[in-house]
Design a protein. Sequence first.
Lengths: 335, 335
Amino acid sequence: MPSQHDVAVRANVSFMTVSRVVNNHPRVKKETRERVLKAIRELGYYPDASARALNARKTNNIGLIFPRKEYVFSRSFYVELSVELEDQLSHRGYHLFLGMTKTGDDYRDPSHLVKERKVDGLILVAPPTGDPEVEHLNREGLPFVILHGRSDTADCDYVDTDNVLGTTLILEHLFALGHRRIGFVSGNMAEINAQDRFDTYRNELKARDIPFDRSVVYRGDWSIESGYDAFCALHRRKTDITAIFFSNDQMALGAIRAAYENNVLIPEDISISGYDDIKYASFAVPALTTVRQPLDGLAAATADLILGRLSGNQSPRKIVLKPELKIRSSCRRIR
Amino acid sequence: MPSQHDVAVRANVSFMTVSRVVNNHPRVKKETRERVLKAIRELGYYPDASARALNARKTNNIGLIFPRKEYVFSRSFYVELSVELEDQLSHRGYHLFLGMTKTGDDYRDPSHLVKERKVDGLILVAPPTGDPEVEHLNREGLPFVILHGRSDTADCDYVDTDNVLGTTLILEHLFALGHRRIGFVSGNMAEINAQDRFDTYRNELKARDIPFDRSVVYRGDWSIESGYDAFCALHRRKTDITAIFFSNDQMALGAIRAAYENNVLIPEDISISGYDDIKYASFAVPALTTVRQPLDGLAAATADLILGRLSGNQSPRKIVLKPELKIRSSCRRIR
DNA sequence: CTGTTAGCGCATTCAG
DNA sequence: CTGAATGCGCTAACAG
């Protein structure tokens, strides 16, 4: 691989001039520039990212960190989000580094990535509440942004959608359709998003003087399987619920399968709702009534925050976007 | 951020000794090592990846390249594969770099990543046939592996599953159930996997003296939408097909939706099959009969090949794994 | 407008 | 077993 030195020799200039040309420095005679450019082309020269990074103390890489290996499986919402993020960041000259923290003995601390300067900063996707890693990063002043979540202990940048509003939107829709007894299936309660949705559920019941009933609640973990299990469990319990709120689409999809196996019709016998509006939600049978989170907005805001952080912004910024209700056919008016 | 120099001062040794300790060099007196380790801990020292990379001319990063932005959306199979890959590579000390080549004027050439030494090598996921990029990489001798595909022009490493076998497995199953008139929905025909499946379809028909009928074939692009469109189109054409082979699960899922809207029952009125066995396939209603590709095996082989390449292997290796038929309920015996 | 000097943090080579 | 010198490829700061 040719270096600036090789180019310099070929173009009969010093390697410093080459460096200037490469970096579009204005003070280079046009004719010299052309000559250098020609040599660069002929040699197939490319600047060495490591050398640049070493010198500039900046890699132009951002780490995208998922909390568990299985996580990406469970929530295709995050796949769509990652693609959007890659798009945003690449337009601004950054590359995306993929990281998964594993659970158990295989646990990998993402802060290493920035301490070793593999990346300039981190995007933490939905970290568990009270994640020591978050506080660690915050304490050390390392640049990071939480995407889909926040920290109650550390004061840091985060981007999220309004879970209270989203959950309320769904529940109001259900109430408007005449439902009073509504089951609830949570996501992984280690995450604040799951907690928020649950809390909102309780509050909305209370606001309508509907007693909270633990037996119509099921703790899921966002996965299709847990949605399936949730439906089966709630069905076995023979409660009188007429609708179930699932904390994400995947679980609602699992429930559709479970309903089929249990010979219950959706929405004739029971209404169900999802959350996220993943791509597949509108193709399900029945199409899922759900809440859409603004992917583009989330990605753009996240890119903004992390890059702002890297360029020295100190004061934490919190961005909360509005979700939107998508009414389709998995919920119907109660008879 | 402290450097080896800072650690050296604190531990009263030269920075060279620090380097040795960091790299587990055996020839360091135990006592000295402890002292250095202590200083490292106290200072919170971490080796600088850029400096290391510059020196070693090796980044320990691998680029994972997807052909189009929309691609990951369309095939959740690749998400599952990516997670597996990250797992494999991280165990061997490598990090994964995410790259998407865009189409149109926003096209980004992935070879830049290795020329600029951001990564040591590339994993190309399902590149289009005759991709100039592949030949380019091959010509320049840059380390790369094709995952799910191959090159007819360039002689290079690739990992794939046996598309001929996979397609045959499905078709034999369909024939055994009595189907003779079988529709075909292709993936994106720019990709060799899509072509192989189509070719196999034609060959299997020919082997049974069933005439090939263009009107029961639809060109899809792997997406849910195209599966939906495919079903509608084939249905409108009023052919006498009793089964449809979809080149992946996503499209079959779209077809289930389309069938529902057109009041046709699966599998009572028509049998359909998928391909890939994505997570959701077994939860669909009806559960999809499909072909399972060995994710772990693909990921392990890919990791093997690219790392082998990096450590100097010259002769191209081609690995083709066997798929497995998953019989569920979307195909039934013809009356 | 162009070249020289120096140093980013680390590891290889060679001395002691 | 440890240290000193040297260079990886690049750029900022300072000459000329």
